[in-house]
Design a protein around this ligand. Structure first.
Ligand SMILES: C[S@@+](CC[C@H](N)C(=O)[O-])C[C@H]1O[C@@H](n2cnc3c(N)ncnc32)[C@H](O)[C@@H]1O
Length: 323
């Protein structure tokens, strides 16, 4: 079983302690009732990963662990083979003792677009909603965040995160909980909250923004990243059954409409800081994610459209403050 006891002990001593009123019951329920059919075998695989203490960890320029002297070919092969069991790897990349996990997404590109604009994370308590494998959480630690909590209901991503944590020398500055945003009480305890790639998956996007606001301290900062469409503040796409082959896409607003939504939910100082078309350099099939990717989701005759005929993926990032 994943042991959340250490996390409980850590938050008992900080300003997240009120979370303990409901969190252990929720996670016990999750362990009893909601485990993925393969979860217990994934846990056994995690145990087979060697306990290594890196001699150097670089979370500022990537998620990179190295060991001096270098691991033997056999040791690297063992790590490589174990990590491959946790495919598909979507968010990364990771470089762990010479094993390079070339993920579907160059999540570092998104990070590089954001980092010049966000308030310094030094000493901050941070929440990453829909954190995936936890790639950006480690980058937040690399920026000096004191304590980073990620939530993501996808259990394979929890295993990927725990594998990376183990290989980073069992780093306890970041923690992933297998919860959806709708399961969080109003914690009002995080200095910075990230919601990246989640809003368009929510049936009720304004409620999502309220939930994010309720996680922040007064004066705290939200970084919101989403698929958007071109257009003014009146434009929003509600796709049919699928958008770029994804089934669970509900609202894709323009960045300007997203700004209005944030203001309507009571955020202030709302800024659109980036808008970028997703390229096939940023999202593609790799050795670590062998199924279809962006190239298969676009119209082969017109790359400005998805195969369903909608505008091709364009993403925006906004920053807003809770008053
Ligand atoms: C497109 S990925 C984004 C990953 C990462 N934040 C990034 O920007 O690269 C969306 C993530 O949201 C997670 N997710 C889905 N429903 C969620 C929910 N109700 N609450 C929190 N996360 C959710 C998915 O498991 C998935 O990992």
């Amino acid at each position: 079983m994943i042991d959340f006891g250490n996390f409980y002990q850590l938050i008992a001593k900080n300003h997240l302690s009120h979370w303990l009123e409901c969190l252990p019951a929720q996670l016990n329920h999750w362990q009893r009732e909601s485990l993925h059919g393969q979860f217990s075998s994934w846990l056994k695989v995690l145990e087979r990963l060697p306990d290594i203490q890196p001699t150097h960890v670089d979370l500022k320029n990537g998620v990179i662990a190295t060991h001096e002297p270098e691991l033997s070919h056999g040791e690297k092969e063992c790590i490589h083979n174990i990590l491959k069991i946790f495919m598909p790897w979507r968010k990364g990349p990771f470089s762990l003792y010479g094993v390079d996990i070339d993920t579907e997404w160059r999540s570092d590109w998104k990070w590089d677009r954001l980092i010049p604009h966000i308030s310094p994370l030094e000493g901050k308590t941070v929440l990453d909603v829909g954190c995936g494998s936890g790639y950006h959480m480690w980058r937040m630690v690399g920026e000096g965040a004191q304590f980073v909590v990620g939530i993501d209901p996808t259990q394979l991503f929890l295993c990927q995160f725990e594998a990376v944590r183990k290989l980073l020398g069992n780093d306890q500055r970041a923690h992933l909980l297998p919860l959806g945003i709708e399961q969080l009480p109003d914690l009002k305890a995080f200095d910075t909250v990230f919601s990246m790639g989640v809003l368009y998956h929510r049936r009720s996007p304004l409620d999502h923004l309220w939930q994010l606001k309720n996680q922040l301290v007064s004066g705290g900062e939200l970084i919101l990243e989403s698929l958007v469409i071109e257009g003014d503040e009146h434009q929003c796409l509600i796709p049919g059954e699928r958008y770029a082959q994804m089934r669970n896409v509900y609202f894709i607003p323009s960045a300007k409409m997203l700004k209005v939504w944030l203001e309507k939910c009571g955020f202030v100082d709302v800024r659109i800081i980036d808008q970028s078309v997703t390229t096939q350099g940023e999202q593609r099939q790799t050795e670590w994610m062998k199924t279809e990717s962006l190239a298969n989701f676009l119209d082969p005759n017109d790359q400005s459209k998805t195969i369903e005929g909608y505008p091709a993926p364009l993403r925006a990032a906004l920053i807003a403050r809770k008053p």
